[in-house]
Write a protein that binds this ligand. Structure first.
Ligand SMILES: *[C@@H]1O[C@H](CO)[C@@H](O)[C@H](O)[C@H]1NC(C)=O
Ligand SMILES: *[C@@H]1O[C@H](CO)[C@@H](O)[C@H](O)[C@H]1NC(C)=O
Ligand SMILES: *[C@@H]1O[C@H](CO)[C@@H](O)[C@H](O)[C@H]1NC(C)=O
Ligand SMILES: *[C@@H]1O[C@H](CO)[C@@H](O)[C@H](O)[C@H]1NC(C)=O
Ligand SMILES: *[C@@H]1O[C@H](CO)[C@@H](O)[C@H](O)[C@H]1NC(C)=O
Length: 368
């Protein structure tokens, strides 16, 4: 009986307190044990560690669709496909699958990233009447009933299409390896953009599988840390994973861990916490971390016009649901940082988290 008294608080700790701690503090670098266990996006492929832990310019966030995304100041939101920590490279995809449209206004300035290789592409529109060989495929997402959109890195070919076609723009495309098309390309529309970052430079630590971090708060110099805690974390993750296999084994495992850790530091405080909390601790804790309706209502709404012009540096895609804003939709902007979102997306978010989903700025209750 005394055993069950000890392990119910512990069960509570596992099921409620730790997930909530993480939910209210999504910035937590997932090199920590709880971070890696609970980071929802990380379970879907992209491994997230320093400097992608809310460090300026590197903050990632996880959408409701379990996708990791990054916002470039001048170019908006992109899906993060892969991060190569050893080469310090990140590959990005367009959430809407129309990369050419994003390339028309792509610019990495203001971000810590820069292209590794650029291939210069020429974008053209040709009226549908212009006879094109059938092996020249247009880019469908930018073509319409009267004109087709083409892309090629072969300038000779692009120039040979004039004057029946019009050059829309010549853009630098940050690709993996330089190449030249012999015809028109549709691959470019589904291509990953490859960018790299030079600072902070952690390749030295990565090479030796060491954890990387800043030397101290003031400097931008990095140093490697021994990753003993990382190995410990990995084994703990394994233990927890085994524990969750089957309802029976979780009880056995937790009972055992209680038995073996009389000095487990959290247990006493958790026991006190459980007694102090009312019947539905989970709901109560969630509501106290978010904003109340009147504070949310006090944030200004912006109705988009025909031009879909957004205030400030906001992109054309809602960072929460990843859909493009439509004409006449209503957005809500957070006054502290001027980041905007669909009203229905941000209202739900703010009720749960008291912070901006992009910059993580903590927001104040107006009634306090
Ligand atoms: C995201 O992942 C969770 C499980 O971790 C799953 O329950 C949920 O359905 C996923 N959401 C989407 C939109 O795939
Ligand atoms: C990107 O933006 C910066 C700053 O606004 C500007 O100086 C630069 O020319 C732009 N680059 C391209 C390729 O448009
Ligand atoms: C089709 O696209 C061309 C070029 O992008 C544009 O000039 C034209 O107005 C569009 N036509 C229709 C019917 O949307
Ligand atoms: C570029 O286009 C021209 C004209 O169509 C063609 O002769 C040339 O071979 C192309 N270049 C490459 C590298 O394919
Ligand atoms: C990072 O530093 C290493 C030496 O430790 C150097 O070889 C490498 O080129 C640097 N990487 C970048 C992207 O600056």
């Amino acid at each position: 009986m005394t055993l069950s008294k000890q392990f119910f608080p512990l069960l509570f700790l596992f099921l409620f307190i730790f997930p909530l701690q993480h939910a209210t503090n999504p910035k937590t670098c997932s090199s920590s044990f709880w971070g890696s266990l609970l980071n929802k996006c990380e379970r879907f492929g992209v491994s997230i560690r320093f400097p992608f832990c809310g460090h300026a310019g590197f903050s990632l966030h996880c959408t409701n669709f379990n996708k990791t995304v990054i916002e470039l100041p001048m170019s908006g939101t992109f899906l993060v496909h892969r991060i190569n920590y050893l080469k310090q490279q990140i590959s990005l995809k367009d959430p809407q699958g129309c990369m050419v449209k994003r390339l028309l206004s792509f610019n990495t300035s203001g971000s810590p990233f820069s292209p590794r290789f650029n291939v210069y592409y020429t974008f053209l529109t040709c009226r549908k009447e212009v006879l094109m060989p059938s092996w020249y495929p247009p880019i469908h997402c930018l073509s319409n009933s009267t004109s087709s959109f083409f892309a090629t890195s072969n300038l000779t070919l692009a120039n040979s299409m004039l004057p029946s076609c019009q050059i829309v723009k010549r853009v630098a495309v940050p690709v993996n390896v330089p190449f030249e098309d012999n015809g028109f390309s549709t691959v470019i529309n589904v291509l990953d953009l490859l960018l790299e970052w030079s600072s902070p430079n952690c390749s030295g630590c990565e090479k030796h599988s060491l954890r990387c971090g800043f030397k101290n708060k003031a400097s931008l110099e990095v140093k490697c840390f021994d990753d003993e805690s990382g190995h410990l974390s990995a084994s703990l993750v394994l233990i927890i994973a085994l524990c969750t296999i089957g309802g029976f084994s979780i009880f056995v495992c937790i009972a055992m861990s209680v038995y073996h850790s009389e000095r487990f530091i959290f247990h006493r405080s958790a026991a006190v916490a459980t007694r102090a909390l009312p019947q539905q601790p989970r709901r109560v804790l969630v509501t106290t971390t978010g904003l109340d309706q009147s504070t949310i209502e006090s944030y200004k709404k912006v109705k988009l016009g025909e031009s879909r012009r957004l205030p400030g540096t906001n992109g054309i895609i809602c960072p929460i649901c990843l859909s493009e804003y439509a004409k006449t939709e209503t957005l809500r902007c957070i006054p502290e940082c001027d980041h905007c979102f669909h009203v229905e997306c941000i209202d739900v978010w703010l009720k749960i988290h008291g912070s901006c989903p992009i910059c993580r700025k903590t927001l104040m209750l107006s009634t306090l």
